[in-house]
Design a protein around this ligand. Structure first.
Ligand SMILES: [Fe+2]
Ligand SMILES: [Fe+2]
Length: 169
């Protein structure tokens, strides 16, 4: 990810990144290959890059709302093993828990932030986001999740090829 985009996320999301909740998210594994915090930073960066592209066509996006909602969208996954019975319940309910965390740590929590966080799992859970910011985050989240699991798929493929004797150790 380009360094200037990361710097922009750090600047706009300063109030979130420094919180205890976000720090704890570095220790919460996500997609088996990353952490909730790193994934959330990736989603914020990807959302900003999509926004820059859309702005060339005159689309107006609130960068601060976008970054803060992206950084908080999965914080409801903290302590997931204690909160959710299984992955299915977690997929469905973590956005609601993320809203609870976000309300405590985003100073200007508003309807757009709420829409973006509570509906980011669409179409698996929730409704299609109404806001531009919500739609961008929902798309960026899927894109980043696929990127995260790509590494697992590569490892799995290598193990299968190794097991079949097609590649040598
Ligand atoms: Fe999520
Ligand atoms: Fe996510």
């Amino acid at each position: 990810m380009k360094e200037h985009v990361r710097n922009e996320v750090r600047r706009l999301g300063e109030g979130i990144i420094g919180t205890e909740e976000f720090m704890r998210a570095y220790d919460e594994t996500h997609h088996k290959a990353t952490s909730v915090a790193k994934h959330s930073e990736d989603v914020a960066c990807t959302s900003l890059r999509i926004t820059r592209f859309l702005e060339k066509f005159g689309v107006d996006v609130d960068h601060e709302i976008l970054v803060n909602a992206a950084l908080c969208h999965d914080l409801g996954m903290l302590d997931r093993d204690d909160k959710f019975d299984d992955d299915k319940v977690c997929h469905r309910e973590h956005p609601i828990h993320s809203v609870d965390v976000a309300k405590n740590i985003i100073d200007d929590y508003n309807d757009t932030v709420h829409d973006a966080i509570v509906n980011h799992m669409w179409p698996i859970a929730g409704s299609m986001p109404k806001s531009k910011e919500g739609k961008i985050i929902t798309f960026a989240d899927k894109y980043c999740a696929l990127k995260d699991v790509r590494h697992i798929m590569r490892l799995y493929a290598a193990l299968v090829l190794l097991r079949f004797g097609i590649i040598l150790p």
